[in-house]
Design a protein around this ligand. Structure first.
Ligand code: G1P
Length: 301
């Protein structure tokens, strides 16, 4: 566990998306429950939050999301069956999912965008900085990101986004940041944020990925943020207002992440993430690594 000297305890995980990219797999099952190797994708995200001390977790859910609550709940009957069989490995695996922090749920109601989902957390979060973790991005547990962002929030008193460098042709899939040149002790100041710009209009190739540490001033801004790209209330637009303005809780900073990130947001990226993480796993890695070169060689024939 990375210990972070912080008072931040709350994490918000938006999970109300319909998962249409994965249909028909997600017809009756939340996309967050799709397995990545041997755990649902959402469990990696909750573990990441808990590992940096964010043990008060609020999930923003919607219809068809009951499986999420069930997954993080205890199943006494299954526990006793495994206990009776002496299968401690599986027992520990199912208990691990129900011992992760204190998880709360609120429904989004109308799915009106990420900004709207985050605003639904206002009551629970109150007036303190908090983290937002999007389930489509998995950050390798061996690489540091969220703890660094929490430190930067404490140091600056503003809000912090995570950035990666992408190929210019990819930027239209992300929020894009225009930054000051100076990299002050591992973080940058953001001048401007644009949601999913066309490549030709993008101010940089720095893309916002799904980790945020936000000052609660963002809630006041979200209250009046008009629908933006795609007709949705965009978190990026609210953060742009915080980046451009002045006052308590204003100012937006970026931590540029160069570690391992796995995107599970569309089918192809999801499949790649599964293979990458399985290659790293102790039990499946050796067999998969042996088989993969044989398989790719057979494709070339
Ligand atoms: C959201 C944000 C976008 C950000 C992305 C990161 O978009 O709106 O700014 O770059 O997450 O994953 P989405 O991918 O939900 O469309």
């Amino acid at each position: 566990m990375t210990t972070t000297n912080t008072s931040i305890r709350k994490a918000v995980i938006p999970a109300a998306g319909l998962g249409t990219r994965f249909l028909p797999a997600t017809k009756a099952m939340p996309k967050e429950m799709l397995p990545v190797v041997d755990k649902p994708a959402i469990q990696y995200v909750v573990e990441e939050a808990v590992n940096v001390g964010l043990t008060d977790i609020l999930m923003i859910t919607g219809r068809n999301k009951r499986a999420l609550e069930d997954h993080f709940d205890r199943v006494p009957s299954l526990e006793s069956t495994l206990e009776a069989k002496g299968d401690t490995t599986k027992l520990e695996a199912i208990q691990a999912a129900s011992n992760l922090g204190d998880i709360h749920y609120v429904r989004q109601g109308d799915p009106m965008g990420l900004g709207h989902a985050v605003l639904r957390a206002r009551q629970h979060v109150g007036h303190e900085p908090f983290a937002v973790l999007l389930g489509d991005d998995l950050i390798d547990a061996r690489d540091e990101l969220l703890s660094k962002m929490i430190e930067v929030q404490a140091q600056t008193g503003g809000s912090v986004v995570a950035l990666i460098e992408v190929e210019p042709s990819q930027i239209s899939a992300y929020g894009c940041a225009d930054i000051d040149d100076t990299d002050m002790n591992g973080f940058v100041r953001i001048r401007k944020l644009v949601e999913k710009p066309e490549a030709a209009e993008a101010p940089s190739n720095l893309a916002v990925i799904g980790r945020y540490v936000l000052h609660p001033a963002v809630f006041d801004v979200l209250e009046h943020t008009e629908p933006g790209r795609g007709g949705e209330i965009q978190l990026t637009d609210a953060l742009q207002e915080l980046a451009a303005g002045e006052g308590e809780g204003y100012g937006v900073y970026g931590v540029v992440f160069r570690g391992r990130r796995y995107d599970t947001g569309d089918k192809l990226s999801y499949l790649k993430a599964c293979v990458q993480l399985a290659c790293d796993s102790d039990d499946l890695g050796p067999g998969l690594r042996e088989w993969l070169p044989e398989f790719t060689a057979s494709l070339a024939k």
